[in-house]
Design a protein around this ligand. Structure first.
Ligand SMILES: [Zn+2]
Ligand SMILES: [Zn+2]
Length: 527
């Protein structure tokens, strides 16, 4: 979930730009019912009048996924290179915003001027078409915002990293480098898409039976490699899953995948002999509604796999998805399907820089200040340590919401702005502190007991308490009923203290017999 803000000018006339505006996916266990999470933008709503635009570095969900949800609160111009602009346009269209939220298309290597900021787009390499670093120039110095990047000498699609432009910036003088930390703990280099392609061609060429490959749909170079491997192995290509077809269309419409082979429609795939088909599927993260999960469950209308077939995960495990992915892989294994992953075969490389690549970037850009972003705290801290080792004079880890002054004067945290997350809960955006997900999590863990107490006109108990339970074992009922009856009928009439005592008695009784404290609500009825 990325959103970075750059401000220029004294506080009362400060102008702002936003770089990237992404989402992360909810986790069923931690945030039940929440599909997406995105940054709390209260601070930006307050400075909306001085907001000059949102600039998108590349099209991954963690960089553009929140735009269509948050744009109505910000209503500022959007800037992106053609492929990213196309993905963004489709999202805005889905949200019914395409007429109001116009995306201004910036050519590769282009320059835009936004108030006191001048931005150069610099081509780099990553795992999606058209990743960009930004050189953000101001009268007080230049900031290089790396975006997500790696140094791929053979990216297969699009430009190689524009080392010349980055070195030139280093010579001109760079105030700060705001840089990707994802793989700051990984030694060496991330490896190249070209190498993965050669490996996939060898591997797929050696397989018998049906072959399915799952990969991130946005890694268009990878899709092309898989298509090429299929062609060489004399296998027809079938795209399975809506996201896969959408991404191929977006890439074609913006000038990529010129040599992509003819694909067979999903519903015609069943007629192709087993040794002559390759399914390219969505669902590498174990997403329950994606193509691969449906195939594994035997629920896909036109694709079925079994004994002697192979599934290749040309992807990595995104932390948090481990359990879902292993469950999916077990399901496939149970059907006699061979499961090949990056652990046993060379079928994936990361799109983020390992330590040698970070070192190269620092040697090119030579910033005065290193600002690690994009990673967990342990990655950012290690990145800062590495930057200091590489003789960068200052390295600062900035936490969410902190405002760092880069110039003029010493580098300093000067303010804390409200931060945190918004949850997309069904169709409604709620602040994480509103607690709906938290409430549902505790309901999921220990269920619910409703107690109804009926009082007469003298506010004396007029009937036995009525209990209503959800998600609670039967053995808990009697002890809770007795405890509630005792607490309610003990001494006196209805008051607030009594209600609270009954609630606590019910929880305590449940805990004694069950070891869990369910949510308890006490309702009163007066006759
Ligand atoms: Zn990212
Ligand atoms: Zn990315």
């Amino acid at each position: 979930m990325n959103l970075n803000c750059y401000g220029y000018g004294p506080p009362d006339e400060r102008r702002w730009i936003i770089v990237d505006c992404g989402v992360i996916f909810g986790r069923e266990t931690a945030t039940p019912g929440v599909d997406l999470m995105m940054p709390d933008i209260r601070f930006l709503e307050e400075v909306r009048e001085d907001l000059l635009g949102i600039v998108l570095t590349h099209g991954h969900e963690d960089h553009i996924g929140a735009v269509a949800h948050l744009w109505p609160r910000l209503r500022c111009p959007l800037y992106a290179t053609p492929f990213t602009a196309r993905l963004l346009h489709d999202k805005l269209e889905e949200a019914g915003l395409e007429e109001r939220a116009k995306v201004k298309v910036v050519p590769l290597g282009g320059r835009i001027k936004l108030g006191p900021f001048e931005l150069d787009f610099i081509s780099i390499t990553h795992s999606i078409p058209e990743p960009n670093a930004l050189a953000i120039r101001t009268a007080l110095g230049t900031i290089v915002h790396s975006g997500d990047w790696k140094i791929d000498p053979d990216p297969l699609l699009g430009e190689v990293t524009d080392e010349t432009a980055l070195r030139r910036l280093g010579e001109e003088g760079v105030l700060a480098l705001v840089c990707d930390s994802t793989n700051a703990l990984v030694p060496g280099e991330s490896g190249s898409e070209g190498e993965v392609k050669r490996s996939l061609i060898r591997l797929i060429g050696s397989l018998k039976g049906r072959v399915a490959v799952t990969a991130f749909a946005s890694n268009v170079a990878r899709l092309e490699s898989i298509a090429e491997a299929a062609r060489i192995a004399a296998r027809e290509l079938v795209l399975v899953g809506r996201a896969m077809r959408h991404m191929v269309n977006c890439a074609r419409d913006t000038g990529y995948l010129k040599k992509f082979p003819r694909v067979v429609a999903e519903d015609e795939a069943a007629d192709i002999p087993a040794d002559h088909v390759l399914y390219l599927c969505t669902g590498s993260q174990g997403e329950p509604r994606a193509a691969l999960a449906r195939i594994a469950a035997g629920e896909h209308p036109s694709v079925s796999l079994g004994e002697g077939d192979t599934v290749i995960f040309s992807s990595r495990i995104i932390p948090g998805n481990d359990l879902a992915i292993f469950e999916l892989q077990n399901q496939l294994a149970a059907k006699g399907i061979a499961v090949l992953t990056e652990r046993d075969h060379f079928v994936h490389v990361s799109g983020h820089p390992a330590r040698d690549e970070l070192a190269a970037m620092y040697s090119w850009v030579k910033p005065r200040i290193a600002i690690p972003v994009h990673g967990e705290l342990r990655h950012m801290s290690e990145h800062a340590r590495l930057a200091r080792e590489l003789q960068v004079p200052e390295a600062v880890v900035v936490l969410n919401g902190q405002m760092l002054r880069l110039a003029p004067g010493p580098t300093e945290i000067v303010d804390e702005t409200p931060s945190g997350r918004l949850h997309l809960d069904g169709r409604i955006l709620v602040h994480e502190d509103d607690g709906f997900a938290r409430t549902r999590r505790s309901l999921g863990f220990a269920g619910f007991i409703g107690v109804t107490l009926v009082f007469n006109a003298k506010r004396r108990l007029a009937a036995e308490p009525v209990l209503h339970m959800e998600g609670i074992p039967a053995a808990v009922l009697e002890p809770v009923r007795e405890a509630v009856a005792r607490a309610a009928g003990s001494k006196r009439g209805l008051d607030d203290d009594l209600i609270e005592e009954v609630r606590i008695a019910a929880r305590r009784a449940a805990n004694q017999v069950w070891g869990k404290k369910p949510m308890v609500r006490v309702q009163t009825v007066e006759l």
